[in-house]
Design a protein around this ligand. Structure first.
Ligand SMILES: [Zn+2]
Ligand SMILES: [Zn+2]
Length: 263
């Protein structure tokens, strides 16, 4: 058995105010990570392409230019104290794959995470991982099973067609829908998805934001066990949208590792 399944010295997924729905400057996140005695912090800012939605929750090209400039300044300033990675959380859009590739090619990335937030509909895009009632109602009208199937179909395409390194939201679809008993019936879909993740030598994210709502990270324990069985590396991310959430609940990860190692 490996020494530890999850490196708890690295927070591999934080946002900043650059995405318009988080708050805090990049440097405040770095300082929070130093305060948490992390060895490494990876920014994973939102990219979405070709999405029509009632608010912009992602970075523009100009935002990303600033992000890299400021990120390099912080890498220099904090060298020897903490390592800083400049990554990107790519939201998949099946209708904009070429444009996503073009945007990715504009910069070097320390980490490319794959997510899928927005599903196209006649009424514009609907956010499948949102807690906002308007999204939940419209997606429910579309049909819960239909949404979940589209989610896994597209996420599978994203893993296979984009140069991703980490799968971020393996079971996020309709997470906030009150009627969903998550996962159980979708485990074979998730198994197929994880097979693709393994083939691409990608890692799976253990997203500790799950602990704010339940006694588990995202994705849930059975899915993490499916990943371990496929020898998929696990990487921790807080998905912080506020500096004080950097490294949140990482103290629970050693216990999680024990549970996973027990099989
Ligand atoms: Zn976000
Ligand atoms: Zn995120």
């Amino acid at each position: 058995m490996k020494e530890s399944l999850i490196d708890t010295g690295i927070d591999g997924h934080v946002h900043t105010k650059l995405c318009h729905h988080a708050r805090g400057e990049m440097e405040e996140y770095v300082q929070a990570a130093v305060g948490r005695r992390l060895r490494k912090l990876v920014f994973l800012e939102h990219l979405e392409v070709g999405i029509s939605y009632f608010e912009d929750t992602w970075l523009t090209e100009d935002d990303f230019a600033y992000y890299h400039e400021e990120g390099r300044r912080l890498q220099d300033k904090y060298r020897g104290t903490i390592e800083i990675g400049l990554g990107i959380e790519v939201g998949y859009n099946p209708a904009a794959v070429e444009e996503i590739r073009r945007r990715l090619a504009l910069h070097a990335w320390d980490r490319i995470g794959i997510s899928y937030h927005f599903m196209a509909s006649d009424a514009g895009h609907l956010n499948m991982v949102s807690s906002k009632q308007v999204n939940i109602d419209r997606l429910a009208a579309y049909g819960v099973d239909a949404v979940i199937n589209r989610y896994y179909d597209a996420l599978q395409d994203a893993v296979e067609s984009l140069p991703g390194q980490v799968l971020c939201h393996a079971d996020a679809v309709l997470r906030h829908h009150p009627g969903i008993v998550p996962q159980q019936e979708y485990h074979s879909r998730i198994g197929t998805l994880l097979d693709a993740v393994a083939r691409k030598n990608m890692a799976l994210e253990v997203n500790t934001s799950g602990y704010t709502r339940k006694n588990e990270p995202y994705p849930s324990l059975p899915i993490l066990k499916m990943a371990v069985a496929r020898n998929i590396p696990l990487v921790a991310g807080s998905d912080a949208h506020r500096p004080e959430d950097v490294g949140r609940f990482f103290e629970r990860l050693p216990g999680l590792v024990q549970e996973l190692a027990a099989g």
